[in-house]
Ligand binder design. Sequence first.
Ligand code: AMP
Length: 398
Amino acid sequence: MMLNKKSVDDLAVKGKKVLVRCDFNVPLQDGVITDENRIVAALPTIEKLIKEGAKVILCSHMGKPKGEPKPELSLAPVAKRLSEKLAKEVVFAKDDNVVGENAKKAVAQMQDGDVVLLENTRYRKEETKNEENFSKELASLAEIFVNDAFGSSHRAHCSTVGVTKFVKESAVGYLMEKEINFLGNAVNNPERPFVAILGGSKVSDKINVINNLLEKVDTLIIGGGMAYTFAVAKGGKVGKSLLEEDKVEYAKQMMEKAEQKGVKFLIPVDTVITQEFKNDTPFKTVSTMEIPDDWEGLDIGEESRKMFAEAIQNAKTVVWNGPMGVFEFPNFAKGTQAVAEAMAQIDATTIIGGGDSAAAVNQLGYGDKMTHISTGGGASLEFLEGKELPGVVAVDDK
Ligand code: AMP
């Protein structure tokens, strides 16, 4: 897919101040970064700008501080890790109002090739409302804006959309280009057979994704908590498993649509059930269509794992978003593991749509076996829905 947007390669940045929106929303535990993938993914754009002699001003959100400074959501640990990765000092502008005295002073002192990181953009309540005043403040620091935050590009915020109106020039970064090229090509120009796998807890979150993917795929696999709504639509009984009753009719329509389009539609044939929602509890495997009243399904069963793995084995393109079960409990992670393993073994384009599936694949050590692991769960889902991402739309056309 050709992205008709200005890229970092189209910019003349020497001596210019370039504000880069990154997605440094990394998981932290007691102030320590537990997964640095998003930082690593941001390096190519930053390194390129440094090499070209730009003054590189980085910004990002972290978590949900809800418009006020929360010390535990400061980007200070990111500045430190980034300095190590770049082998170069990253000056952290520690302003509770993000664009404050520290930021202005740090930017004024920058030499070509220097790097400054601003504080968490969501310390400001205007950020998520895309209010003009904060967009202008951000833009006042730089001449050029680069959006490399794929994981935040589905949100129209000051630092992803608003800021583009008040800078001279804007472009997308390398990570953004890479994400869009991989996801876009996989979905719109797939080598076939094209198999998509959806899991997770809610049908309602993925309604438009299912509908859109049915136009594109050869096989659609549904697992996780959302599968039970489809089982009920087929006349099954699912006990106290997750069920969205108001989506049963929709589930029926989707299965009819699949039939009309000749798309193979797979839901789990068997399910691992328990009476209590925890790891250490007795479990057994039954037909997905006959789950007893007091029991709930927490994972796909062995037959389903085999069936899904077989469908994956023949594929030339696979896109996966959402776990097959409650993978946070080791006893109920086998379905999610089986899908990750099947994808890791094939010679095909394999794409992980961020979020829980990305975490699962990395935890299992299959990260380098996949063609592409998206850094954006929500953003990649909206992309799979066929939506345009506001953070991309707002950037200057080529
Ligand atoms: P989502 O946020 O919709 O992507 O869903 C991810 C969550 O779905 C994970 O936290 C899983 O534990 C949960 N999940 C997957 N399968 C099931 C299931 N059968 N029952 C309850 N929760 C599930």
